[in-house]
Design a protein around this ligand. Structure first.
Ligand SMILES: *Cc1c(COP(=O)(O)O)cnc(C)c1O
Length: 385
């Protein structure tokens, strides 16, 4: 492939080819793992191909970053050591002491914790608003707001924000819109095309896709913002290792086929769970009864592999359900080929206890993998008893 910004190519073609062409010398069809911290120069300042020191740039990482930009339909991609490292970088690139941001009232627990415990101490103020309520988000914006932070679908409540409407709200107020696209992945949802200014990923999840690497990414169109992000990426140094970059790029190649299977399996499980007597309710944006199903249907091509349920019988019943599955592994994280189950209130979102972002105690979150649907259905039925 010759032009990474060629968005006339289909998603799968970009996912597989963007960012790298077979090595002219060896013909290697995959980017090598460049295990080199420094790069020889031809005379002082004479960098070959722009590389000097691997914190600043590395050929494996460059291939990943070009690929990330291509699959999100953006101009610039930057890779980080984790989703939280990307979060930290964009908060510092976009905000100064005295600034304010708006975050979802059910934001990812780690995002909330970083802002609430670290950034407030550096003079950043925040408000929370439900992403599904455009008027509430607009009302939360103050003259000091510099960033509107949106997850959609949210983790773990699977609420949906209308990206195009929120972009309008943000831009009317002179604020940037960031979309954490971790849950949907660029295969199902393209926030930049809908008006967002910044896309954030925990590439640990669907992009990596195999629960074997931790990483993060930021994708933007704006030249200056990208320069500010790149400055922090190098200046603070939360960069991914070269092997991490390779694994993430390898994961991305199969993103489309995986997301289709994740979505197929989630739909099959949702059908079973909605009629199960031990399940009070199922949270899935693909359900016609989901409060924002229509928005989800408009901005997502499918509804993904994340499903949350409220279990009848409260916290104990939910905890027992999590303990009794055999194929679903009890573990944090999501987006891998294997199915995972967890209790957000006691695990991923324990840090939100007592805060405005507290999640229901009887909520169980499923990251539906790509095993055989019948086996997954039987496993959950068995665990529910
Ligand atoms: C996991 C996650 C993050 C944080 O990413 P890490 O790679 O774990 O640092 C951010 N946002 C969402 C929605 C996540 O699920």
């Amino acid at each position: 492939m010759t032009d990474d910004s060629d968005t006339t190519l289909g998603f799968a073609t970009r996912a597989i080819h963007a960012g790298y062409e077979p090595d002219p010398q060896t013909g290697a069809v995959n980017v090598p793992i460049y295990a080199s911290s420094t790069f020889a120069q031809d005379g002082v300042g004479g960098m070959r191909d722009g590389f000097e020191y691997a914190r600043t740039g590395n050929p494996t990482r460059r291939a990943l970053e070009a690929n990330l930009a291509a699959i999100e339909g953006g101009r610039h991609g930057r890779a980080f050591a984790s989703g939280m490292a990307a979060t930290d970088a964009i908060l510092r690139a976009a905000l100064r002491p005295g600034d304010h941001l708006v975050i979802p009232d059910d934001a990812y627990g780690g995002t909330f914790r970083l802002i609430d415990k670290v950034f407030t101490a550096w003079g950043i103020d925040y408000s929370v608003a439900p992403v599904s309520d455009v008027d509430a988000v607009r009302a939360a914006i103050t003259p000091k707001t510099k960033l509107l932070w949106v997850e959609t679908p949210t983790n773990p409540l699977l609420n949906i924000g209308d990206i195009a409407a929120l972009a309008e709200v943000a831009h009317e107020a002179g604020t940037k819109l960031l979309v954490d696209n971790t849950f949907a992945s660029p295969y199902l949802q393209q926030p930049l095309a809908l008006g967002a200014d910044i896309v954030l990923h925990s590439t640990t999840k669907y992009l990596g896709g195999h629960s074997d690497v931790v990483g993060g990414a930021l994708i933007v169109d704006d030249e200056q913002l990208d320069a500010d992000i790149a400055f922090l990426q190098n200046g603070a140094g939360a960069v991914p290792g070269t092997f991490d970059g390779f694994l993430t790029l390898r994961g991305i190649k199969t993103l489309g086929v995986r997301m289709d299977k994740h979505s197929d399996n989630a739909e099959a499980l949702v059908e079973m769970l909605t009629s199960h007597p031990k399940i009070e309710s199922v949270l899935y944006p693909g359900l016609a009864g989901h409060p924002n199903h229509e928005v989800a249907a408009r901005q997502m091509s499918r509804f993904g592999g994340m499903v949350s349920v409220l279990v009848a019988g409260g916290f104990e019943a939910a905890r027992d359900f999590c303990a009794r599955t055999e194929i679903f592994t009890l573990a944090e994280s999501l987006g891998g080929v294997e199915s995972l189950i967890e209790l957000p209130g006691a695990m991923t979102h324990a840090s939100t206890a007592g805060s405005l972002l507290e999640v229901p105690a009887n909520m169980v979150r499923l990251s539906v993998g790509i095993e055989d649907a019948d086996d997954l259905i039987a496993d959950l039925k068995n665990a529910l008893g």
